[in-house]
Write a protein that binds this ligand. Sequence first.
Ligand code: SER
Length: 344
Amino acid sequence: MADHIRKPGILITGANGEMGHGLITRLTAEGKHHIIALDIRPVDASLQPHCDATIVGDILDQRLLERLQSEYEIHCVYHLAALLSTRAEFTPEAAHRVNVEGTLNLLKLAIEQSRWHGQVVQFMFPSSIAVYGLPNREAKQIAGKVKETEWNFPATMYGCNKLYCEHLGRYYASHYRQLAADNTLQGGIDFRSIRFPGLISATTVPSGGTSDYAPEMLHAAAQNKSYACFVREDVRIPFMAMPDAINALLKLQAVSREKLTQSVYNIGSFNPSAGEIRDIVRRAFPKAEITFRPDDKRQAIVDSWPADVDDSAARRDWGWAPEYDQGRAFGEYLIPGIKERYRA
Ligand code: SER
C-alpha cells in the first residue's frame, strides 16, 4: 500500500484520561495537528475539535488494531491508556490484560508502522512511582530520594504492569526478534518513558488511582464538599502539577536520542505530606471540612511508594526542571484554576 494513502498522525490512547486532556490541549495550542485520539469511551466533546480522528475502541481488540494499521500512518504514539493502581486491585487479571497486553499490542503496532513507512516511531510511555515498593515505613524514611534502579519491587498489579512494560519497551526498541535473519525489525521504535509522581490537575479529576487523595481533597473543597482523606496525615509521596507532567512528556519526546542514557526516567517536583496539602487547601478554602480516615489497605499502597525520587538523570540528559514548585503549583495554577472551574 502506498503510504500517502494513509492519514499521518500522532496516536494518543486513553485520550479521555487526565493526561490525555492535558496533552491534547497542549499539542493543539502548539499548533501540532493530526491527532488520532483513541479511548474506550467516546472521546470527550471538548477534545473532539482538536483531533483529526477520534476512535472508540479497546486496545485489546485485534480488529481495531488492524484498522489503525490500515488507515493511519503513525509516527508517534503516546500510550496513556491504563487501569490505575486502586482500580487494578479489584480486577488484577483484567488490569494485566489492559496494562500489559494492551501495551504489547501498541508496541507491535508501532513496529509494524515503522516497517511500512521506514521511519522510527516514537513511543512515549507514562510509567509511575508505583513501580517502587518499599517494604515498610522505616525503609521508606531511610530511602529518601530513590533512583530508577532502586526498590523495584512493586506491591500493586499496576506497579508490576508498569515496571514490566518499561522492560518490554526497551526490548521492542533494542532487541525485538534478535535472532531473525532479517534484522530490519530492530530500531523501529524509540521508546521513552517517565515515572510520574501523583498528578494534580485543576481541570480534571482522577479516577481509580491511589494518589487521588490530593486532587480529591482540593476539588472537594472547591465545591464545598466535606472530604475524608483515605491516608494518614503524615504520609508523603511526590506530586506534580499537570502542566509540568505534560511539559516533561513533550520535552523528553523532543530531545535527540543521543542525549539519552536510559529509556526510563524519574521526574520530581514537590512532595508534601497529606497534612500539608490539607493546610494549603484550608488556606485557600477556609470553610473546607477535611478529616483523615485512613483506609489501611490503600494506606499500605501509599506507604510502599517512595517519599521522593532522584531525578538527576532526567535533569542531566534532557534538561528536566519543573516550572511549578509547591508554591507556584498551588498558588498560580491549582487554586485559581479550580476556583475558575467551579465558579457558579
Ligand atoms: N497516580 C497513579 C495511581 O495512583 C500512580 O501512577 O495509581
